[in-house]
Design a protein around this ligand. Sequence first.
Ligand SMILES: Nc1ncnc2c1ncn2[C@@H]1O[C@H](COP(=O)(O)OP(=O)(O)OP(=O)(O)O)[C@@H](O)[C@H]1O
Length: 553
Amino acid sequence: MNALKTLNPYFYKHKILLLWGFLFIICSNFFNIYKVQFVGKSVDEISKKGQAGFNQDVLIYVGIIVGSSLLTGFFTFMMRQTIIVASRRIEYQLKNKIYRHYQEMSLTDYKTTRIGDLMNRLSEDVVAVRMYLGPGVMYIANLIILLVITSIYMLNTDVEMTLWSLLPLPILSFLIYKVSSIINKKSKIKQKSQSDISTFVQDSFSGIRVVKYFAKEKYIEKSYGEKVIDYQDKSLDLAKTEAYFFTIILFVIGLLNVAILFIGGEKYMAKEISVGKIADFFLYINILIFPFSMVGWVTSINQRAEASMSRINEFLDKKSNIINRNNRDYEIKGDIEFQNVSYTYPNTGIQALKNVNFKLKAGNSLAIMGKTGSGKSTIALLLCRLIDPTEGKILIDGKDLREHNINVYRKYIGYIPQESYLFSDTIATNIGFGVDDATPELIEEFAKKADIHKNILGFKEKYETMVGERGVMLSGGQKQRICIARALIKKPEILIFDDSLSALDTETEENILENIEKDLKNCTSIIITHRESSAKNADNILNLSSLDNSVVA
Ligand SMILES: Nc1ncnc2c1ncn2[C@@H]1O[C@H](COP(=O)(O)OP(=O)(O)OP(=O)(O)O)[C@@H](O)[C@H]1O
């Protein structure tokens, strides 16, 4: 239970709600048990007096039974409203904490963690923990309180019958625990089979052009069919085990009822107990059966929650290697200097850069050229401080980039990545993404600069056109130009084009460069490119293919 201890501060934070919850559990159980004795009294009254037994006393008993039942229902509702609500609030806070941690992770952490794993922390693992926080805590507290109250009433009625009735219940809990553990294992296997199907479907639809082009529809259909059969087998296997759950409960109920009938019958014949008291025992046992079954189920839930929480903790304990040590606010001019910068990717051990040196004054431009894999994009990542150099220093305005306030610094950076990524949202939102108060006029101004305005007017919804999965399919060049507008609208002091004109024809490229000439003059620009035409206007050229990447521009 060590990992689950990390949830204690959350419990403490919601202590008032939880305390109310426990109070409601006591009340609901009290009224649930309190009414039972009046059933027995009514039965005794009627069995003794026959028709005449339906007297005023019995009517009062019935009133008490109905009233107690209503109060039990009310307090059970309140119990859920407090404990389950607290568990939902904790789930919400935990999800936010994990998501915030995602945002703080460095790029290399993202590369070493699979997206599927990140998603699982937020969905499956948090749900498993919530099951412990909500139903787990509620059912255990409920059982303990119920057991105490019921035992007092049962012992008051008949000690021997109490012992015989309570004895098999822990065995029931153990059996249910065993079955629940098997159910958990099997549902995990079923879930995995289900996610295999989803991944396969997603993959085959994303690559539908390739599938059709190679005429591989039949092959894909066959593979899909095999996966569905596997899923069906796993689901049936799970369903068979689940069937044991209620079978065991019903079997134990049956056994206990026979035992009460047998022992109670003997005691009745020996005139030691009344029919009403036997009826009470039937009711007590039926009230206790469900919570005892839940103990087994809750134990297996708690084991799952423990495993999930330790996975979440392991992930939350991972500290990003991009640390911000500066919280001051200031302006960035845009002087850049690389001093003997080398970078090795930690996950592959590939040395992407070795001793890179260059100096660029604010307002100047530098074109970076070099063959594929020579480390051009790595320079862009270093400049955005998405990664830190393994050796050497990057100076911005004469100060080590690691000493700058990362949040301030990134406000002054405009980055157009090599792979144009747009969010599944409108074109306007995508262009205005980097600024807080992007007006339609501003968005249009920069769309014009990026030479995409005319294309946007051609779409039915214009700037409100959705892009991405649920929207229009944009060409590579259109996406690149939206990304250019998105970077320019920030009016950055340092602007980095990572091969971001590659999907454009030379005429469009020239148009854009002409449109943004003034913007480029106002900032330090770095143009990563394979084309001589894009590099020719830059003040300096750095060629990474030449001797050990060591060039001073
Ligand atoms: N995330 C990563 N993890 C591990 N190795 C990487 C990663 N990204 C790049 N590399 C490696 O680092 C080297 C430099 O890559 P980089 O993307 O900087 O080259 P590039 O010059 O921009 O290439 P291109 O012109 O093809 O875009 C390559 O050998 C590449 O395999």
